[in-house]
Write a protein that binds this ligand. Structure first.
Ligand SMILES: Nc1ncnc2c1ncn2[C@@H]1O[C@H](COP(=O)(O)OP(=O)(O)OP(=O)(O)O)[C@@H](O)[C@H]1O
Length: 252
């Protein structure tokens, strides 16, 4: 399997605080990887480094063999490194179909003429229909976002990301805020993502992590303390200490 994405010796410090320290993680085509860690472990910082929102203090980021460490966020998206956002950024009065078609037209460079081009753009409508079907959103494609369930809104965020044709997809807490009765919706949709797509999920819901991921990476206090199979993560002494420590801290 070829490596599609890699960070090597990636570090970020804020003043004297090492928030990400010497992280080396690689992903192969089609991989399903979960990044977990207690609060403050440095997960958000890692996503910001990878997506080009902040520059690293040291280390490199490669996508499809290309060094993208110095590229900005938009250039990374164009090359196929796409993220979803933890905070919902949808337009309540627009439909899922409109959101996805807009994202497709934006990808194609029609952003300034989106409204004029929206109707009658059969190819974009067909592509949007396929993406919405993958995410299980066909039935609500023409409802207003404000009228659909929160879990479906989270899936729409993934649909919008898919409209960018990612090679590597970063899912930032896809189940956050979703009632547990709706998490199977999310799980089933994630299972239908293209097999060749590499997916990195940052998630607190361990049930979802264990069902989704084939490999797990654990961050604690900015360091990579575990990299391996989901079945081994709970047995790892360092991981247990990291989580117990953070729970003890949170309880004080
Ligand atoms: N811009 C910044 N300046 C200074 N310190 C920062 C900055 N961004 C993050 N930090 C610190 O870096 C540490 C890691 O933060 P980060 O948000 O990356 O963790 P996290 O794993 O995403 O946590 P959570 O799960 O709670 O969101 C925290 O101690 C945080 O206070």
């Amino acid at each position: 399997m070829s490596t599609v994405f890699a960070v090597d010796h990636l570090s970020k410090s804020f003043g004297g605080l090492k928030v990400n320290h010497d992280l080396s993680i690689a992903m192969t085509e089609g991989e399903r990887l979960a990044l977990i860690g207690p609060n403050g472990a440095g997960k958000t910082t890692f996503v910001n480094l990878v997506t080009g929102r902040i520059p690293p203090s040291a280390g490199t980021v490669h996508l499809m063999g290309e060094d993208i460490t110095r590229l900005g966020a938009v250039a990374r998206v164009r090359r196929g490194l796409v993220r979803t956002f933890q905070v919902t950024r949808l337009f309540p009065d627009m439909t899922p179909e409109e959101h996805v078609v807009m994202a497709i037209l934006q990808r194609q460079g029609h952003a300034t003429r989106i409204l004029a081009r929206f109707h009658g753009n059969g190819a974009a409508m067909d592509e949007a229909a396929d993406i919405l079907a993958t995410l299980g959103l066909t039935d609500v494609a023409r409802r207003k976002v404000v009228e659909i369930a929160y879990g479906q809104q989270r899936l729409l965020e993934i649909a919008i990301a898919m409209a960018q044709r990612p090679k590597v997809l970063l899912l930032d807490e896809p189940a956050a805020g979703v009632p547990s009765s709706d998490t199977p919706l999310i799980e089933r949709a994630l299972e239908r993502l293209p097999a060749s797509l590499a997916v990195l999920m940052i998630e607190h819901d361990m049930d979802l992590v264990f069902r989704f991921a084939r490999r797990v990476v654990v961050l604690a206090a900015g360091e990579l303390i575990f990299q391996g199979l989901p079945a081994d993560v709970a047995r790892d002494e360092k991981v247990r200490e990291a989580y117990l420590g953070s729970y003890a801290h949170a309880g004080r």
